[in-house]
Structures are given as structure tokens and as C-alpha cells.
Design a protein around this ligand. Structure first.
Ligand code: GAL
Length: 264
């Protein structure tokens, strides 16, 4: 039986999604695999953690947005050794909900190494319309005209070694960006899109596996991305984080100016 690690972050108010996530994944996701849930949270107790020994709760303090999404690879690599025992690792957004059976055949990477899902909003569009990061100063930069797919950040994974390597490289790239005062346009999603450019070792599914709530499309809903704003005050969480982030970058600019003035 395959052993699968599912990486899941639900700090602060996001814990509201855990119950439906867990119940739906237990019911529908990879029914013939042994699934272990690594839940990074600051909640004192989460649904079913007492009864299910495949739930591994790890304390994670809430980070401000956008670090709450951008720093996921740093967070997950904190349990790198533990993850080595699994055959596959998958990351799932807190607001994912499995809606129908998702078999091993349809979801695991097979003879490929990684598993990615195209973003519904860019399905059928040309790469000039993709919201890749176009800032050459960021490590997530993708020049115009390159790239086959626009990948969503909410559902991805792969064989253990391949996904650990991805996480290590992206952690490094994000550290470089931070040092240079850069922030990729769509955070971790921009970095993943950059990572898969030029590779052919990934299996790509359809947008059915990252299906935003409320959107019409030809695809069946396999993994629903629930509308967060129905459950938590997403905008105010992002605004608070945004103000802090702007202060951080402003300080960096001020420090640079001081250095330049000092040199003159
Ligand atoms: C939005 C989505 C964002 C990001 C963006 C990319 O629809 O909410 O998380 O993926 O598309 O352009």
C-alpha cells in the first residue's frame, strides 16, 4: 500500500476548513493508500486528532499574509526527515474539498515525478495571458512567450524525493527574493510555475482538481476550492499583512538610501 503524506496549513481562522477537508479526503481521496495528514496549525485541538493516529498536528504560529502562503516550503521542510518515509507527498490548500472519488490511477504521477494542476482561469488561453511573474529581479521571473501551462498553487505534489527537491529549490529562491526585496506576483504559485518551465517530469491533470467554487466549466468537480470569503474575513487578513509588508520593504529602501548617502 502506498504511503502518502498530505501537507496542510490551517493557522488562525483557517482551521474552520479542516473538518470538511479531512472528512472529504478520507472518503474520496486515494482510497487504496495509507494517508497521513500533517496539519500545521496553532489550534489547541483539531477535529479527529484524538481518534485518528494518521493526523499529525504540528504547531505553527500564524504568519502575516503573504508569508502565510509564501513560506510554506520553509514550514514543510521543518519535517523533512519525517517525510522521507512516504512514497508521495501532496500539498493541499486549506479550503480544498474532495467532491468525488479520486483514484490512485487518476492522481498519482505514474512514470512522472511531480503532479500539478492547471489553473481553470487560464485554461485554453495563450501564455501571453498567463499571470506569470514578469519581474526580472525575481527568481520566479518567466520571460514573455515561454511556458505551456499556468499551474495553480493550491494542489500539487509528487514522489517524495522529487517534491522535496522542489521545496528545497523554491525555499532557496524565496530566500534570495527576500534578500533582494522582491515578492513574486502570486507568491508560491509564481515560484511553482517558474519551477516547471522546461521540465517534462510532471504529470498534469485538468482543472477539475482545483475547481474554484462558483465557476462554470466543462470539468467535473473533483477537488473544490471553497470560497474563503464565505467563511473568514479574507480581505482584512490580507490587508493587515499587506500594510506590514509595505512597512518592511519601505524600511529596506530607507536602509539602502542610507547606505548610498553614507558612501557619497
Ligand atoms: C486568481 C486566484 C489567485 C491566483 C490568480 C492568478 O483567480 O484567486 O489565487 O491564482 O488567479 O492569476
Amino acid at each position: 500500500m502506498n504511503k502518502v503524506a498530505i501537507l496542510y496549513i490551517c493557522t488562525g481562522k483557517y482551521v474552520v476548513f479542516w473538518k470538511d477537508f479531512f472528512d472529504s479526503y478520507e472518503k474520496f481521496f486515494l482510497p487504496h493508500s495509507e494517508k497521513h495528514y500533517y496539519v500545521f496549525t496553532d489550534a489547541d485541538e483539531i477535529y479527529r486528532e484524538q481518534e485518528c493516529e494518521r493526523i499529525h498536528k504540528i504547531y505553527q504560529q500564524p504568519l502575516d499574509w503573504p508569508d502565510s502562503t509564501l513560506m510554506r516550503f520553509h514550514i514543510f521542510l521543518g519535517i523533512r526527515e519525517e517525510l522521507q518515509q512516504y512514497d508521495y507527498i501532496f500539498f493541499m490548500n486549506a479550503n480544498c474539498q474532495a467532491m468525488d472519488t479520486i483514484t490512485e490511477e487518476e492522481f498519482l504521477p505514474g512514470d512522472k515525478e511531480l503532479l500539478v494542476v492547471p489553473h481553470l482561469a487560464f485554461w485554453g488561453k495563450t501564455n501571453l495571458e498567463y499571470t506569470y511573474d514578469r519581474n526580472p529581479k525575481s527568481t520566479a521571473y518567466i520571460p514573455k512567450g515561454e511556458g505551456r501551462y499556468y499551474i495553480c498553487g493550491g494542489v500539487n505534489g509528487g514522489k517524495t524525493q522529487a517534491f522535496l527537491t522542489l521545496m528545497e529549490e523554491l525555499r532557496h529562491n524565496i530566500d534570495v527574493d527576500k534578500k533582494n526585496g522582491q515578492l513574486a506576483l502570486w507568491h508560491d504559485e509564481s515560484h511553482i510555475n517558474h519551477y516547471i518551465i522546461g521540465r517534462n517530469d510532471y504529470r498534469i491533470l485538468t482543472p477539475a482538481y482545483c475547481y474554484p467554487e462558483g465557476k462554470e466549466s466543462e470539468f467535473p468537480m473533483k477537488i473544490l476550492i471553497r470560497d474563503k470569503s464565505k467563511w473568514i474575513p479574507v480581505d482584512s487578513i490580507k490587508n493587515q499583512g499587506f500594510v506590514k509588508m509595505m512597512k518592511f520593504y519601505l524600511k529596506k529602501v530607507k536602509d539602502k538610501i542610507k547606505i548610498i548617502l553614507g558612501r557619497n
